[in-house]
Design a protein around this ligand. Structure first.
Ligand SMILES: C[S@@+](CC[C@H](N)C(=O)[O-])C[C@H]1O[C@@H](n2cnc3c(N)ncnc32)[C@H](O)[C@@H]1O
Length: 288
């Protein structure tokens, strides 16, 4: 999500998230489909292939982490949304269980995966009940950003006990460069820096953490930021235009070597925080 949702800087994420608002947001697909809302790619009129591009790049980013889980592995996908990753895991591992609290996401995930025999989708709040396991890999794709610190810590402690020895937890979270930013109102989220996540994981204890920047997400957010800028500075153009959204996406794609590869690297080297939101993958493994 970009600056369509006001972001405020805070020192602590404690009790800043309204859980009811989070559930309400994901219960409504607000003009998108459950899949695009699940991928957070529904508010900028970008074509469906933009979300697919992000997803393929994300899979490439962590492909060695995914390869390191054995084919006979049991996977838990917490906050599985419309089941995009659940389906991917089902093609690679023996069994996958998805858990999701929003009724519209749950319905979409069940419909999407109904024909896949090694997937089980469960409804419910992950903080109040999880399948027993044990699991070889647990995936949290954009989940902790909707939770207060205390919930993240409690959930991770819980999940740690559901891992096999040598098992991994992979998280994908939107992040900020420093400290914490909050999105409040209809769309509630807490954007923590990588360091903040490191501190939270330290409080859970016994985890070894690896982190990777998610450039697939950066590419999508770059397109979203351009749409937002166009809406702000060229108000005489139609604000909600799929044609303009597609043009923005394809202009970026055609110049990808510069816009998607060189530019983000240069901005990162120069410590320039644009786009404001980043995204990272974290791999947690229990320290022996
Ligand atoms: C940004 S979406 C990501 C969906 C999916 N993991 C993906 O990567 O496509 C976050 C999902 O987490 C779900 N969620 C948030 N809090 C939850 C909780 N406490 N228990 C279960 N699901 C939750 C939301 O309903 C939403 O579907």
């Amino acid at each position: 999500m970009t600056d369509d949702h006001s972001m405020n800087h805070h020192n602590s994420a404690e009790q800043q998230i309204d859980d009811v608002a989070v559930k309400r947001y994901f219960d409504s697909t607000r003009g998108g489909t459950a899949s695009t809302v699940s991928m957070m790619a529904h508010e900028h009129n970008l074509p469906a292939c933009a979300a697919e591009y992000r997803l393929h790049k994300e899979i490439r980013t962590i492909s060695d982490w995914l390869d390191s889980v054995c084919d006979s592995g049991r996977v838990l996908d917490v906050g599985c949304g419309a089941g995009t990753w659940t389906e991917i895991f089902a093609g690679r591992y023996k069994t996958v269980t998805g858990i999701e609290q929003s009724s519209s996401m749950l319905k979409a995930a069940i419909e999407r995966t109904a024909h896949i025999p090694n997937i089980k989708i469960l409804g419910g709040d992950a903080r109040h009940g999880l399948p027993e396991g044990p699991f070889d890999m647990i995936f949290l794709g954009g989940l902790c950003m909707y939770m207060n610190d205390s919930d993240v810590i409690a959930l991770l402690r819980f999940l740690k006990n559901r891992l096999i020895e040598g098992g991994t937890i992979i998280l994908r979270e939107s992040t900020v460069h420093q400290g914490i930013s909050l999105s409040q109102g209809e769309y509630q989220a807490v954007y923590r820096s990588v360091n903040r996540y490191r501190q939270l994981f330290d409080r859970v204890g016994l985890f070894r953490m690896e982190v990777r920047r998610n450039y697939g997400y950066t590419n999508l957010v770059t397109a979203e930021e351009l749409v937002t800028l166009r809406r702000r500075w060229l108000p005489f153009l139609p604000g909600n235009s799929t044609t303009l959204g597609s043009l923005t996406w394809w202009a970026l794609r055609l110049t990808a070597p510069i816009t998607f590869w060189v530019l983000p690297q240069i901005l990162s080297q120069l410590n320039i925080p644009w786009p404001g939101l980043q995204n990272h993958f974290f791999r947690l493994r229990i320290v022996k």
